[in-house]
Design a protein around this ligand. Structure first.
Ligand SMILES: [Zn+2]
Length: 478
């Protein structure tokens, strides 16, 4: 081992040890009064904002211009909102270390082969930007340890504990080393568990082979990949029996959950994570995703950035990372649409719970309405496609007035069914009916078969590719 590797290894052990300590403190706060959490959040917010004002040229000017530092204590609602384009445009002035430059980092990230640290110090993460706007994020040691704490905490919630013999964890995750799940997995791979990290781009046959060999006790996959694996398991080609299963990063409909339970005989935990630092997990009750508000503040807002009350769907989130001091992320826009559950969770944890994470707001289609104007169509309105026994996965494209649906049929699907309706006709009729019920004017729907669907660079399946006329709107989700 050379000296860089030794330093890296030491740093990783420290990251995990600190992450575990932080997770323990956070778990200790979960059942205490919310006032205690609020006190902690305010203290961290003051630290981050004052640090940004002192060390980030961008924030120094911006916070002064908006007068946000005038109030005492600092009022989150009066801080300016940072959009993704603004974050990228002013990257060099926004970071608190003048050695960090956007273009150099983008080039460096492109050449990463594993989870190297930049300047021996920083984790650099790139999001593919399913919205077409990539994001570059840099984490210092403390910031990254709060991410490690998120991993430890969600593992604790699903009862994943170090055991003898060791747990065998399989991750089917982002293909690039700059992806947060890849770097998170690499950080946690200090020997407590056996870890197999498989890129999502691996052909299905290879994935099945690797999983059969490894026999994971814990399996973490994207929902769309989980559905392929469920099919393989049902067909007898895959034979694994994970005790714990988790999915993340894509929409998982109730029908998909039931198919996974049928195939693997365990109820999967749904996890949430974004590179801005907001993490969350289902608890043992599986009634929505608790958001880890002690690491990041989260505000649910409408398209005009006004707060949305619990029980109503928001258009996006504003996320404030309470630990990252090298790239202060204060009220950063994240395009996930969430409805917060107004009721307390039976588990007794005080962390707010996303009743549903409906996907990204750029997944919403905007179609001409019968009575004039536009009607917003949410990705969940296409859930009837996953409910169809002959459909393995789908993707919706908006081509001008036509809704073009690409489907990958299950191997069992024939070209015709008993009632002589072929799959394409049956699905296009069902979707057109659904869109008409929502108020769309003469919806035109076509269905085409494919062997596979295009995925993003990070390996995620984008369910809806909206036309250029679609824009974020305030909507009622199904
Ligand atoms: Zn709960």
């Amino acid at each position: 081992m050379n000296s860089t590797e030794v330093r890296y290894h030491r740093r990783r052990l420290a990251d995990v040890a600190q992450g575990m300590r932080l997770a323990r403190t956070q778990i200790g706060r979960e059942q205490q009064p919310r006032a205690r959490l609020a006190l902690h959040q305010q203290r961290r917010l003051e630290t981050v904002v004052r640090h940004a004002a002192a060390y980030s040229p961008f924030y120094r000017t911006w916070l002064a211009e908006t007068g946000a530092l005038g109030s005492q204590p600092i009022d989150l609602a009066h801080l300016p909102i940072l959009s993704r384009p603004l974050l990228m445009e002013h990257f060099d002035e926004l970071v608190c270390d003048p050695r960090l430059h956007r273009d150099e980092l983008l080039e460096w990230v492109g050449q990463m082969t594993r989870d190297q640290l930049y300047l021996d110090r920083y984790r650099v993460l790139l999001t593919s930007g399913s919205s077409g706007r990539p994001g570059l994020f840099v984490y210092d040691a403390d910031g990254w340890r709060s991410i490690a704490a998120g991993f430890v905490r969600s593992a604790d919630w699903c009862q994943l504990r170090p055991t003898v013999p060791r747990q065998r964890m399989a991750w089917v995750a982002g293909a690039r080393p700059s992806h947060i799940t890849r770097q998170g997995g690499a950080t946690m791979a200090i020997g407590l568990h056996r870890i197999l990290s498989l890129p999502v781009t691996l052909p299905l046959r290879k994935l099945v082979e690797a999983l059969n060999r490894f026999q994971p006790t814990y399996l973490n996959v994207y929902p769309s990949i989980a559905m392929w694996l469920a099919d393989e398991q049902q067909a007898g080609r895959l034979h694994v029996s994970p005790q714990i299963m988790a999915t993340a990063a894509e929409l998982r409909t109730p029908e998909m959950t039931e198919q996974l339970v049928d195939a693997f005989q365990v109820r999967p935990f749904d996890l949430y994570g974004c590179t801005e630092g907001l993490f969350g997990s289902e608890c043992e009750y599986h009634q929505g995703i608790h958001l880890f508000e002690d690491t990041t503040l989260v505000e649910n807002v409408d398209a005009d950035s006004r707060p949305v009350p619990a029980g109503q769907p928001g258009a996006r989130l504003l996320v404030t990372n309470l630990h990252n001091l090298v790239q202060p992320l204060i009220r950063v826009e994240v395009t996930d649409m969430v409805t917060v559950d107004p009721d307390p969770c039976p588990c007794g944890r005080i962390l707010i719970r996303a009743k549903a994470i409906h996907g990204r707001n750029d997944d919403v289609l905007s179609l001409p309405a019968r009575g004039g104007g536009q009607v917003a169509v949410h990705p969940l309105h296409f859930a009837l496609l996953t409910a169809d026994p002959d459909v393995r996965e789908f993707q919706v494209h908006q081509d001008g007035p036509v809704i073009r649906i690409l489907i990958v049929p299950r191997s069992s699907a024939g070209s015709t069914t008993a009632d002589d309706d072929d799959l394409e006709t049956r699905l296009s009729r069902a979707v057109a009916r659904q869109l008409a019920q929502l108020g769309a004017r003469d919806p035109q729907v076509t269905v085409e078969r494919r062997h596979e669907l295009a995925r993003s660079a990070g390996g995620k399946l984008k369910l809806v590719i909206a036309g250029p006329s679609s824009k974020p709107v305030n909507i009622d989700t199904p």
